[in-house]
Write a protein that binds this ligand. Structure first.
Ligand code: ASP
Length: 586
């Protein structure tokens, strides 16, 4: 037997027993000629005492960090004064009577402790060493627990796990595809799936009723801290289901995850908010509800104003920044700059000060406002002495967007309690805007069902049409999205016509789905949760790379394997590919 126990599990109850453990030397201290080794494996650390004066133990003098040892000895209580309560095994130590070096290690290129202030490229180049660190061990174990809890929740709800292919034709998620050249069909390419979207819809046509998959999705997008080229989703689809049924099923999966990783923090019911309310009140479609700071409407206050900056504006909104009334001029000027950077024409700030016992606005612009307007602001924002008030005016989406971003930047740092605020944002618009030629730009894929109540205005006022589309938001992050799908040919035809997708293009891009829909497509709806982000939030990590075993850098490279890299001339020839000399910039 290689080992009798794993080092991290040994406790006071094992005192007096014999034990053989295996692991890496995490630290070594020498004290009075005796070597104290912290030996690490996946279960944790155990202190091992090796006295080189004992027969056969002299070789411990050569042992260095990250060497792999097998050690046999007796579990003893640590002597008085050396108990370490910060360590789960801190009551005991293994006193060695023999050990064997299973493998040696060069000095590691960075210290393998809990600190993360090591250059990330260096960590990724030696990810196998980085993974030995406790935070990475914990994060990847969390990830396994999340997958397990979600699988169990979906199984319990009678969902069937089905795997969909990786080499496919293009999917309609609206990102750039990764493509794979075909050797057997030179000049032809597979696309890697941006999501299993079309296949899961085909599974519904195929009578599967309730499908799920822990699916890998690939999108060739510019990378940010919360993005990777490849990422994992809990992907689901249901037939004969409304958006509420989908939200219930996903809610159960989410609760199952929280119950495992943060027992007691699971929401009873996930609240719902319309997209319009989210935008109006928080200036974003993914509000962080861990703090309030709503954007409040001041249009009525300034309906007849003569103050140029607000007169005639489509939208005037304000936000109260509690207790920041005496922020320095530098800070408030910084906020004005930030607002302009975000696209606002300007930002008006006012301090709320006590003048003869009355809350009074103080700002260079106050002299342009009537007394009613001034008291109107204080009332509408419930502002009190000591507050700072920020007001922006202009086109609706920009105005709420700018104030929403300022709300986030000013309010989020004050959030100390790490609660979990889930939210369903529902009734997203079907279209994001109009292209230069007047064609509506779909907010999601073209199979998203319009709200039945808005069907009559589909062609007349497309931008006012709500979609049966919904997002799940957690602490201001978009955790996932989904929709009810179009299963009726007449509605689908109207959408394609609006989007200017010709019958030939329809056939070429998703002909197989449209063909399938000729044979009794059931009503269906679905959703996908981004697992990387969910695990990161549940693990208290800001960056999803911390919860991915082998992530790419922000430039999409893997410093360990050197991917992406050139391929051999013979491979190119087999694939019928020629590489152009200079990379073509699009
Ligand atoms: N396919 C969508 C996505 O990947 C999710 C869905 O609509 O079910 O975002």
């Amino acid at each position: 037997m290689m080992r009798t126990q794993r080092p991290g599990v040994l406790r006071a109850e094992h005192i007096g027993t014999r034990s053989t453990i295996c692991g890496w030397v995490a630290h070594r201290r020498d004290h009075g000629g005796v070597a104290f080794l912290d030996v690490r494996d996946a279960t944790g650390l155990l202190q091992v005492v090796v006295d080189p004066a004992k027969a056969g133990l002299d070789a411990v003098k050569q042992v260095r960090n990250e060497w792999v040892l097998r050690i046999e000895g007796e579990i003893k209580a640590r002597p008085d004064g050396t108990v370490n309560d910060a360590m789960p095994t801190g009551q005991v130590e293994l006193v060695a009577d023999s050990f064997e070096v299973l493998s040696e290690s060069e000095p590691p290129p960075f210290p393998l402790d809990d600190r993360v202030d090591v250059d990330e490229i260096l960590r990724l180049r030696h990810r196998y060493l980085d993974l030995r660190r406790a935070p990475m061990q914990r994060n990847l174990r969390n990830r396994a627990l999340v997958n397990k809890a979600m699988r169990a929740a979906m199984d319990d709800q009678d969902f069937v796990e089905v795997e969909t292919p990786m080499l496919i034709a293009s999917t309609p998620e609206g990102s750039r595809d990764f493509v794979v050249p075909s050797r057997l069909h030179p000049g032809s390419f597979y696309a890697l799936p941006q999501s299993p979207q079309l296949f899961k819809q085909l599974l519904m046509v195929g009578g599967f009723d309730r499908y799920y998959q822990i699916a890998r999705c690939l999108r060739d997008e510019d990378l940010r801290a919360d993005r990777q080229f490849e990422f994992m989703q809990l992907d689901i689809e249901m037939t004969f289901a409304s958006q509420f049924d989908v939200q219930t099923a996903i809610g159960n999966a989410v609760r199952a995850v929280v119950d495992v990783l943060r027992p007691g923090d699971a929401p009873e019911e996930i609240p719902r908010m319309t997209w319009r309310d989210a935008m109006n009140n928080y200036g974003t479609d993914k509000p962080d509800l861990r703090f309030e700071m709503r954007l409040l409407d001041l249009s009525a206050v300034f309906a007849t104003t003569e103050f140029r900056a607000f007169a005639g504006a489509a939208c005037v909104k304000g936000v109260r920044v509690a207790g920041q009334g005496e922020a320095s001029r530098n800070v408030v000027d910084g906020l004005v700059e930030r607002a302009k950077q975000l696209g606002a024409a300007g930002l008006v700030w006012m301090r709320v000060r006590d003048v003869d016992g009355v809350a009074t606005l103080d700002s260079p612009v106050v002299k342009f406002l009537t007394a009613e307007e001034q008291s109107g602001i204080i009332d509408a924002l419930s502002a009190t002495v000591g507050d700072l008030v920020l007001i922006a005016a202009g086109e609706w989406k920009t105005t709420v967007g700018v104030l929403g971003q300022l709300r986030l930047e000013l309010g989020r740092p004050a959030v100390t309690e790490g609660g979990l605020k889930f939210l369903w944002v529902v009734d997203f618009p079907l279209f994001d805007g109009l292209a230069d030629d007047g064609t509506p730009i779909p907010a999601s894929h073209p199979f998203t069902m319009p709200n039945p109540d808005d069907l009559e205005i589909l062609e007349i006022d497309p931008l006012a049409v709500r979609a049966e589309a919904y997002d799940l938001v957690l602490n201001g992050w978009e955790l996932g999205s989904g929709s009810v799908r179009i299963h009726r040919r007449d509605i689908q035809a109207r959408i394609f016509a609006l989007l200017g997708i010709s019958p030939e293009q329809q056939q070429q891009r998703f002909g197989f789905l449209l063909d399938a829909f000729r044979f009794g497509p059931p009503p269906h709806a679905g959703f996908a949760i981004g697992i990387d982000r969910f695990v990161a939030i549940m693990s208290g990590e800001e960056n999803i790379r911390e919860v991915i075993a082998f992530p790419k850098t922000q430039s999409g490279a893997d410093p360990m394997t050197n991917a992406p890299s050139a391929i051999e001339e013979v491979q190119l020839r087999e694939l019928g590919l020629n590489i152009r000399k200079a990379p073509v910039k699009s």
